[in-house]
Design a protein around this ligand. Structure first.
Ligand SMILES: [Mn+2]
Length: 337
């Protein structure tokens, strides 16, 4: 038994004791990723093994490529919990802020029992706030806390946790992939996680529409800030045009960042209703792309952040590039990167 999270694991044990006999909702964020779904599956299974009535709740559907983690699990949508089914104590996972689960779930569960998350921008909006921005993934935190507390992790939960750590570390490539990540991944494989299955489900089952969306995104890429930033845009209607879905945008922005010399990659998504969404990826944590996102009411991590505006305005791209330039100047001034 390791001692992965001495303080958090003690807090988690107290939380677990306080939940006895309660009905629970394990809530994830909009456009759920591997870490979100993996956290929900694993936490729900461990809580259910304690005899608790648990449902997972998401504002959006489980993405096609993550369905392999959720077989046999109860995943509800926002509408399902607006009535009596929603009389549950809420635990939010991987949600940097309360509204990441959507305004309706936030309103339905105004006073969460707990939040378990690794986003640096998380303000702590629950009664119990288990937050560690030094962790690569919420699944890493959960795996460590389960093991520290001697809680059994079955093969399904192990696969879910492994997948969350794998996806949030970019297949164990990002700077956040610590010795603890690898140690926990080993523990999870020993308990039945199957790396080959996770890799196959996630990366070898692309839709044709996804590749056509990528083709379009690549065709829009432009270098900015003297080649230190690269921005690509998706125009309204592009999803219908190429036969892709909103979840197919996942990973596109990484191509912009992957160019030699580019320190910030961006994906701007314009919608027909005038709203705009942007994903930012930084090469170096010192760039703090979450601070850039925050200028547009967004947030996230030092190397991965996003924002969403009801109305971007015609000059949104220019304003975003200006914010990049400002950030580069600030970072250069203190001698980073
Ligand atoms: Mn995460």
């Amino acid at each position: 038994m390791g001692n992965f999270y001495p303080q958090l694991s003690a807090d988690f044990a107290r939380l677990l004791a306080s939940l006895a006999g309660r009905r629970l909702a394990v809530i994830g964020h909009a456009r759920p990723d591997g870490d979100c779904i993996g956290s929900q599956v694993a936490l729900a299974r461990v809580l259910a093994a304690q005899g608790l009535d648990v449902a997972c709740v998401n504002p959006d559907a489980v993405p096609r490529r993550l369905v392999f983690l959720t077989k046999g699990m109860t995943f509800l949508r926002t509408d399902d919990v607006l009535g009596p089914e929603g009389d549950r104590l809420a635990i939010f996972v991987d949600c940097a802020d309360h509204a990441r689960a959507g305004e309706r779930l936030k309103a339905r569960f105004p006073a969460p029992a707990a939040v378990i998350d690794h986003h640096v921008s998380n303000p702590g909006y629950a009664a119990v706030n288990l937050i560690d921005s030094g962790s690569a993934a919420t699944c890493e935190m959960l795996a460590g806390m389960f093991l520290d507390n001697g809680l059994a992790i079955d093969a399904v939960a192990a696969q879910a946790l492994f997948t969350g750590i794998m996806t949030d570390t970019g297949q164990f490539r990002f700077g956040s992939a610590s010795a603890r990540c690898f140690a926990l991944a080993g523990e999870l494989v020993a308990r039945g996680a199957r790396p080959a299955q996770a890799g196959q489900e996630l990366f070898e089952r692309e839709s044709f529409g996804k590749l056509r969306l990528l083709q379009h995104y690549l065709s829009t890429l432009q270098l900015e800030c003297g080649g230190r930033a690269c921005v690509g845009t998706l125009a309204p209607g592009i999803f219908e045009q190429v036969g892709a879905t909103a979840e197919d945008t996942e990973g596109l922005v990484d191509y912009a960042r992957s160019i030699d010399g580019v320190q910030i990659g961006a994906l701007i998504e314009h919608r027909a209703d005038g709203s705009v969404k942007a994903s930012l990826r930084g090469q170096d944590p010192a760039l703090r792309v979450d601070l850039i996102a925050a200028k547009f009411h967004g947030g996230g991590h030092a190397c991965a952040a996003g924002l969403s505006l009801k109305s971007g305005g015609p000059d949104f791209r220019a304003r975003l590039v200006a914010a990049f330039a400002e950030r580069f100047a600030a970072v250069d001034a203190v001698g980073h990167t």
